[in-house]
Design a protein around this ligand. Structure first.
Ligand code: C2E
Ligand code: CA
Ligand code: CA
Ligand code: CA
Length: 281
């Protein structure tokens, strides 16, 4: 029994070692991935519901690993956050997205300027105004108008230390950028939370949007979020719109903007620019 127990222990510890080893490897390989050109941004178009005009894009990070190919963002973003790598990666992503948005404007000067949304991880929000400084210098270096930059923070990142986060958000908004609450509705913080956290917009999580055509509860919740946000002067964006029916229903309920596979998938910069030119015709 002793021997079996020992083997058993060895088996589990080996499996754990492998998981840890893979993580350590990923972390090691993620270090320097930007410099090697393995990381890039893709852009998913965001549309205004009332007239179906493209008003902006969300920048999403991709990692093309030399051995494993595309690594899921849910995996490598987590590695980047846990290891602290996000602190050097975050500003690069921000800078690249802002430069890209300036390029769109330069290529299509007559067009209504587009917004660019960048995801910010909670870890980037932790140091006394550090993110606001990064954002300010990024706007200065790229020349992007502050109001064109949207920063997306998950609802769960904002709950908890509200006084501290509130202060950080206030500093960010002083730079003129807009702050959006991402994955809204999943954090169970309740709509009343919106009164205390100074944000410009909420992005309704795609898990709510997925079922609005079939589930009256999800539709009721979505409608309530829209009404509540609007009464506070907050913009509402729906994510994960995969069907025409969802789009029509959201439009009918007064939702402001939407993104999703039905409207457009995330795509590399040059492809996004081509789409933009196409739509401008
Ligand atoms: P997110 O911010 O909620 O981004 C939206 C995710 O939904 C993206 O997944 C996008 O590809 C996917 N999506 C878009 N339309 C649809 C749709 O119609 N249906 C469905 N089912 N999915 C749709 P992705 O690119 O895999 O990114 C996953 C998460 O990784 C993001 O979720 C975000 O939290 C994080 N992430 C991505 N890029 C960055 C980054 O540069 N920085 C940080 N901190 N996090 C990032
Ligand atoms: Ca997002
Ligand atoms: Ca989201
Ligand atoms: Ca449901």
């Amino acid at each position: 029994a002793k021997v079996a127990g020992k083997n058993c222990f060895r088996f589990y510890s080996r499996a754990m070692d492998l998981a840890v080893e893979r993580r350590v490897n990923l972390e090691h390989e993620l270090r320097g991935a930007w410099e090697r050109g393995e990381l890039s941004l893709v852009y998913q178009p965001v549309y205004r519901l009332s007239d179906r005009t493209m008003v902006g894009a969300e920048a999403l990070l991709r990692w093309n690993h030399p051995k494993h190919g595309q690594v899921a963002p849910s995996v490598f973003i987590d590695v980047a956050e846990q290891s602290g790598l996000i602190e050097s990666l975050g500003p690069r992503v921000l800078h690249a997205a802002c430069s890209e948005a300036v390029r769109w404007q330069q290529m299509l000067p007559g067009r209504e300027p587009l917004t660019v949304a960048v995801n910010v991880s909670p870890r980037q929000l932790r140091g006394g105004g550090a993110l606001a400084e990064v954002v300010a210098s990024c706007l200065k270096e790229t020349g992007l108008e502050a109001g064109r930059l949207h920063l997306e923070l998950t609802e769960t990142a904002v709950i908890g230390d509200e006084a501290h986060v509130g202060e950080e958000l206030a500093r960010l908004r002083e730079t003129g950028v807009k702050v959006l609450l991402d994955d809204f509705g999943t954090g169970f913080s309740g709509l009343s939370h919106l009164r205390r956290v100074p944000v410009d917009g909420v992005k309704i999580d795609r898990s709510f949007i997925a079922d609005i055509l079939r589930d009256p509860d999800d539709l009721a919740l979505t409608s309530a979020i829209i009404a509540m946000a609007h009464s506070l002067g907050i913009t509402v964006i729906a994510e994960g719109v995969e069907k025409a029916g969802q789009y029509a229903l959201l439009r009918e309920r007064g939702c402001d903007q939407a993104q999703g596979y039905w409207l457009g998938s995330p795509m590399p910069g040059p492809e996004f620019l081509a789409l933009l030119k196409e739509e401008g015709r």
